[in-house]
Structure formats: structure tokens, C-alpha cells
Design a protein around this ligand. Structure first.
Ligand SMILES: Cc1cc2nc3c(=O)[nH]c(=O)nc-3n(C[C@H](O)[C@H](O)[C@H](O)COP(=O)(O)O)c2cc1C
Length: 303
């Protein structure tokens, strides 16, 4: 209290890049399902918010098309390792040529989780929503969603991460771990950062919340690489808590997607603006003029 908060900034740094707020747009598959603006609209919304847009490898628009539509967006690309490594490589190369600056290797989805609501509703990705980046990488063959998921290699190990880090001159973050042991392995095998994440609770049932896993991940990483977090971030105060605990930034999946579904690019922009405004207010009420002023002293664990 009684800190001058007449000028509060949400600016932060992630992986050495300055961004307007420590809130990134998480990789979310098939965004044309939500709105015809698709990934291009989401990337433009991220650019307006001055933050990083992460493209899913299950994108419904090509990486180059998204880059062309949103040249000002800071772009990262999420990847899976496919059984045919040439497919992964082709996708990474397209991403690099299109100015994507980091890769997120998702490690918590060797298989898709059992999503009971989808099973009950009989949800299927409609045939007109394609995965053009993957289709191009497999030699312009059209693939059903099941065929796309079957391309993912469930046999990958930490050695594959190390190989990938040596093969590509891009920072590679490991997304989807929730234990200190895995975080330490990620550091040892060359990761440039980790995202503490349980895939938004969509993969392993009973997995801990990422915010509860954050302390042990931070302890294991011990400041050697940045730790980010995603899952359940819904308000500016959630962002402040994660950053106060030691996360460099958070990612949001559904909040931005819901915005896109409601009103395309403008809806996603609005969702990100709301988070920015809430974070600014949370910082002011915490007596923190910017996110870097947040410390563990600002949070208290529930007893
Ligand atoms: C509809 C949907 C699709 C997703 N697709 C991907 C994906 O293709 N790749 C990936 O790494 N994560 C994917 N995720 C997980 C998100 O990147 C992120 O980890 C998660 O959504 C964060 O939780 P939140 O939605 O509560 O913010 C997806 C999440 C949702 C909700």
C-alpha cells in the first residue's frame, strides 16, 4: 500500500522479447471452427494487444498465410513430432521462413485425451475444416482429422527434444509438463523455456492444476530458463498470481478462443483487452507499478 501507482504498465519481457502484457495467445487447433477469421484473425488480435500469438500445428490456415495476414504479430509455432520427421521438418521450415521466432514442443499429447463431453455430443471436426499446414507437409494429400492425429509419434523421448534443439536455430520451449522432474529434464535436454501446463485439463484426468504445479517446476528449473504457465487463466488477477509466483508469462487458450467465436478478430481483441485492463488494475491494487515488481510476497498459499 501507498506505492505510487499513478502510472501502471503491464509491459513485460518473454524470452528476451518485449511485449505489452505477460499474456500470450496459446496454440489452439482448428480456429476456423470458431470463426471464419480463424488463426489470421486471432494473430491480428494478438498483434493489436502487443503480444505473442502461438500457432497450433493443427492450424486450419497455413503458417505463411497467418504471417501474411498479421505481419506485425510476434509469432511462435507449436509443434508435435510426427512419425515421419520430414513432415515435422517441413512445417518448422515453413514457420521459420514466415518469421515464427520460437517453437513450442507439446509433450503432453502423445494421444488425444478422452474428452467425454466430445464423446457424448459426437463431436467431429467438420470435413470442410482442414489442416492445410500438415497436408502440405505430407505432400498435399488431404487427411481426415483422425489421420492427422495418427501422424503424431507417441514414441518420442527427451533425446528427440535434444536432437530438435540441435537441428534448428530457434528457441524451443517444452509445453505440457507439470512436475519438477520433467522440468529438470527439459533444461538438461536443451529447452529454452518450459510451459507448466496440463493442456487446459484436456489430457490426463486428475492431473494437478498447473498453478499448483508451478512451485515445483520453478524450484527444479532454478532460474536457468523461463517458466511460463497456462490453464485456467481467466482474469487479470490470475495473471498477477502466476507472475508473482515466478512465471515469466502466461498463455490463454479458451478466453481468446471464446472471444474469436463471439466476434472474430474484434472479439478476440476484446477478450485480450479485458485481460490487460484487469491486470493493470490488479497491479495497481497490489502496489506493483509493473509486472516485474510482483514478488512471492504478493501471494499467500491457501492453508
Ligand atoms: C479447443 C482447444 C484446442 C487446443 N489445441 C491445442 C493444440 O493444437 N496444441 C497444443 O499444444 N495445445 C492445444 N490446446 C491447449 C492450449 O494450448 C492450452 O494449453 C490450454 O487451452 C490452456 O488452458 P485454457 O484454455 O484454460 O487457457 C488446445 C486447447 C483447446 C481448448
Amino acid at each position: 500500500m501507498l506505492v505510487d501507482v499513478s502510472a501502471v504498465s503491464t509491459r513485460a519481457t518473454v524470452l528476451g522479447t518485449e511485449i505489452e502484457m505477460p499474456i500470450l495467445v496459446a496454440p489452439v487447433a482448428f480456429q476456423l471452427l470458431a470463426h471464419s477469421d480463424g488463426e489470421a484473425g486471432m494473430a491480428r488480435a494478438a498483434a493489436s494487444a502487443g503480444t505473442v500469438f502461438c500457432l497450433s500445428s493443427l492450424t486450419s490456415m497455413r503458417a505463411a498465410e497467418v504471417a501474411g495476414a498479421a505481419p506485425d504479430a510476434k509469432r511462435w509455432m507449436q509443434i508435435y513430432l510426427f512419425r515421419d520427421r520430414a513432415v515435422t521438418h517441413a512445417m518448422i521450415e515453413e514457420a521459420m521462413e514466415s518469421g515464427y521466432e520460437a517453437l513450442l514442443l507439446t509433450v503432453d499429447a502423445p494421444y488425444a485425451g478422452r474428452r467425454e463431453r466430445d464423446l457424448r455430443s459426437g463431436f467431429q471436426v467438420p470435413a470442410e475444416i482442414r489442416a492445410p499446414a500438415i497436408e502440405a507437409a505430407v505432400g498435399h494429400r488431404s487427411l481426415t482429422t483422425t489421420e492427422v492425429f495418427d501422424l503424431v509419434d507417441p514414441s518420442i523421448t527427451w533425446e528427440d527434444l535434444e536432437r530438435l534443439c540441435n537441428e534448428f536455430d530457434l528457441p524451443i520451449l517444452v509445453k505440457g509438463l507439470i512436475t519438477g522432474e520433467d522440468a529438470a529434464l527439459a533444461v538438461e535436454h536443451g529447452a529454452a523455456g518450459v510451459v507448466a501446463s496440463n493442456h487446459g485439463g484436456r489430457q490426463l484426468d486428475n492431473a494437478p492444476a498447473s498453478i499448483d504445479a508451478l512451485p515445483e517446476v520453478l524450484e527444479a528449473v532454478d532460474g536457468r530458463i523461463p517458466v511460463l504457465l497456462d490453464g485456467g487463466v481467466r482474469r487479470g488477477t490470475d495473471v498477477a498470481v502466476a507472475v508473482a509466483m515466478g512465471a515469466e508469462a502466461v498463455l490463454v487458450g479458451r478466453p481468446a478462443l471464446w472471444g474469436l467465436a463471439v466476434n472474430g478478430e474484434a472479439g478476440a481483441r476484446r477478450a485480450l483487452e479485458m485481460l490487460a485492463q484487469e491486470l493493470r488494475l490488479a497491479l495497481a491494487l497490489l502496489g506493483a507499478p509493473d509486472p516485474s515488481a510482483l514478488t512471492a510476497e504478493h501471494v499467500q498459499r491457501r492453508r
